[in-house]
Design a protein around this ligand. Structure first.
Ligand SMILES: CC(C)(COP(=O)(O)OP(=O)(O)OC[C@H]1O[C@@H](n2cnc3c(N)ncnc32)[C@H](O)[C@@H]1OP(=O)(O)O)[C@@H](O)C(=O)NCCC(=O)NCCS
Length: 184
């Protein structure tokens, strides 16, 4: 479904959401090398800029994934990532992931980028359901999802092992009709 051509940059009040570029390596490294950002993430903190280069190479939009970098429109700096992945055309569903630079937490940037991607997913891509898999201890992430209208639909035990730590999953879901009702 998504291709770079089919998915021009998404603009919000303060952010541009677009595919990763080579010049984003330093910004992405700053994001994913921060232990506070990856505390509940599916991989450990990056330790080498090579991991940013590798990420940029791998993270081109594909039929089943739309990984985007969030850059501030005025400052131009990379502040986060927001992605749809496991896009399933038959069932019109996808999974959602997001991360924001710690210095910018608590200012609504994550709500802005996630809101824009949800609108794109439902309105432009025609998806029916979006899912998010988060560590149940990740309060900021749970608050963000609930702010967007997601419901917690499940609790899956010991689903991840990151850096030797076994982690549970809180599974959240948002349906297109619930999203539309909230926009009305
Ligand atoms: C999850 C994460 C993106 C949430 O970031 P955040 O800064 O809390 O979310 P927002 O940018 O939407 O900001 C919301 C907060 O800012 C406040 N805020 C200030 N201005 C705001 C505005 N204009 N709009 C919305 N909220 C605003 C809200 O009241 C809210 O505060 P609260 O959480 O105390 O209720 C962030 O904690 C993060 O990057 N964590 C690490 C990565 C991660 O765990 N990702 C999830 C795994 S999939």
């Amino acid at each position: 479904m998504p291709t770079a051509e089919a998915n021009p940059a998404l603009e919000t009040a303060r952010l541009t959401l677009r595919p990763a570029r080579l010049g984003d390596a330093d910004g992405l490294f700053a994001l994913y090398s921060d232990p506070r950002v990856v505390r509940y993430w599916a991989w450990p903190a990056w330790t080498s800029i090579e991991q940013a280069h590798d990420y940029i190479t791998r993270m081109a939009p594909k039929p089943d994934s739309l990984p985007l970098v969030a850059a501030r429109r005025v400052e131009g700096d990379v502040v986060g990532t927001v992605s749809l992945y496991q896009i399933n055309a038959q069932n019109r569903r996808a999974e959602l992931g997001y991360a924001l630079r710690q210095a910018l937490w608590g200012q609504g940037y994550a709500s802005e980028m996630v809101g824009a991607v949800l609108a794109h997913a439902f309105d432009a891509l025609g998806l029916h359901r979006i899912e998010a898999d988060i560590d149940p201890r990740n309060d900021a992430s749970a608050r963000l999802l609930e702010r967007m209208g997601f419901l917690r639909e499940g609790y899956l035990r010991e689903r991840w092992i990151v850096n030797g730590e076994v982690q549970d999953t809180g599974l959240y879901g948002l349906l297109v009709q619930d999203w539309r009702a909230r926009q009305a």
